[in-house]
Design a protein around this ligand. Sequence first.
Ligand SMILES: Cc1ncc(C[n+]2csc(CCOP(=O)(O)OP(=O)(O)O)c2C)c(N)n1
Ligand SMILES: [Mg+2]
Length: 251
Amino acid sequence: MTRALEHWLRVEHTAFCPGCGHGILLGSVIRAAEELGLDRRRLLFVSGIGCAAWIPSPNIKADTLHTIHGRAIAYATGAKLAQPELTVIVVSGDGDISSIGGNHMIHAARRNIDMTVVCANNEIYGMTGGQTASTTPLGAKTATDPEGSKYPPFDLCALTRAAGARYAARWPVTRPRKLTDSIKKAVETKGFTFIEAISPCPTQFGRRNRFDDLNALYDHINNLCIAREAAGDLTREQLAKRFVIGEYEDV
Ligand SMILES: Cc1ncc(C[n+]2csc(CCOP(=O)(O)OP(=O)(O)O)c2C)c(N)n1
Ligand SMILES: [Mg+2]
């Protein structure tokens, strides 16, 4: 962590497992806050429950609401309605935001509540032992689907855009500069905006899916990424296991 960002941190070390992508996302979030020059007196981070919910709280030195599972966006909505001058940024996990919290996600997008939601997608419920999430890839092994998940995952950017998000973007944590730039753009865009950060989970996802070597998991995720521009020629089936990366915005 560079010196310029240290004043955004409350802690010297995070509690994330070795190789977890959430720490890289933490870096991108505070770099975006720093580069935007966000005023801490008008800034609120909100998270639910899960490993990713620890990204803002206790790590970021700003006001943080560490709430209950699946309800981060509901709390964030309340805070924004009570104090419209706040910049509200939700940072939480794929399970928290899009599985148990999926209804809040789509309705906040539909109502165009002015907030940015950063979803750390590690494709699994990391903290509770590796259960299947709404983002788990078809065929991926989890604690609850030892034979492989039977259902396709949500495309969270398409889902939030269809529900009304003014801006959405998807990047893996291996592209931290892209993530930072998209978080900045999302925060600066009025209305509901959504960032999906693909964040590898070596402990729960990697271990069950035979990525014993950390590099293999990171390589695997990088290899699955395909730019939006290049994805246009592929069929739904061909794209089913890929991460289409890039920005989705109004023209
Ligand atoms: C109402 C309720 N249901 C279930 C739980 C158990 N629980 C806590 S975190 C979590 C999953 C978190 O997964 P995710 O949001 O993807 O975060 P990750 O740990 O993967 O970063 C679950 C099921 C809970 N705390 N509260
Ligand atoms: Mg998760």
